[in-house]
Design a protein around this ligand. Sequence first.
Ligand code: DNO
Length: 355
Amino acid sequence: MKMTLRWFGPGFDTVSLKYIRQIPGVVGVVSTLFEKRPGELWTQAEVKALKSEINQAGLELSGIESVNIHDSIKTGTAERDEHIETYIKCLTALGEEGVDMVCYNFMPVFDWTRSDLAKERTDGSFVLAYDQAEIDKIIPEEIFAAMDKKSDGHMLPGWEPDRMAKISELFALYKDVNEEKLFDNLIYFLKAIGNVCEKYNIKMAIHPDDPAWPVFGLPRIVTNQKNLLRLINAVDKTYNGVTLCTGSLGSNPANNIPETIKSLKGRIHFAHVRNLKYHSEGSFEEAAHLSADGSMDIAAIMKAFYDTNFTGPMRPDHGRMIWGEQAMPGYGLYDRALGASYLLGIWETLTKYVK
Ligand code: DNO
């Protein structure tokens, strides 16, 4: 396992590479060209520049999170092949620069969703939270405005304002896309990118839907162990893998995360580890990484990664906002550094004392 942090790149991230480098045991970052829109071409020169900035700070570029997928690919419109060609060119640029892990998601219209981006906890920290009852009060076309208002001026990953300006058109595009169609479109995409992935040994790592159930009536298919297994078996090649995000899958307490990790042995290419505190069905808030602060057994999760010989990049996921830090919601330095140290502590114990 390689411990990494997510870094959004110069001009977008409030956290510097220099500070990330100072977290003991963190060897790299997963990054992106944050200004690129789904469907836009990435050039090799741009990837090279990103990599070189990261290397100069003494860190490695451990993978990309994310190269986002254009809605025509997700919905299967006439232009999808053209967009897949562009995606293949992006992967070629990445492969030429030695990048071997690409995280992506197949969520319709928007990425992760929360009802609160700064919920105050009893310890005075602020966290992201989700309450289905609150979400149900928002009409679909207004979800972006609601998220944006709470974002403290930051552009949120997966919630690009210019795309969101067309949110009604996006909803219309998905009108006839049910879960089966979305799944077929995902398989079509994965088959089409097979050659380039195998040529450069790029491992694709799909991110689960967050939360792990349909939101605003949009279909969601990456929600549980059964669906993940169906997906990896449909294109049974190493390049077709998973980002095991404990917080996304864990939003549904019925998901047994250690079991899911074991069932996906060899096909998890990236790990996001974080903890949640459940309140009631459809309602949770994010917690510190420490098991005792939330509802998840983080030690059991780390042991499952250890038992399945996980060697890929891992990152602490969303941190709480603590010690007065001002940063992109979920992505400050302090609590993610605490999270990385905690996860590395568990890992050291496992590697030294568990055979
Ligand atoms: C949220 C993240 C997601 C994730 C994408 C992957 O904080 O976990 O935005 O990066 O879904 O494509």
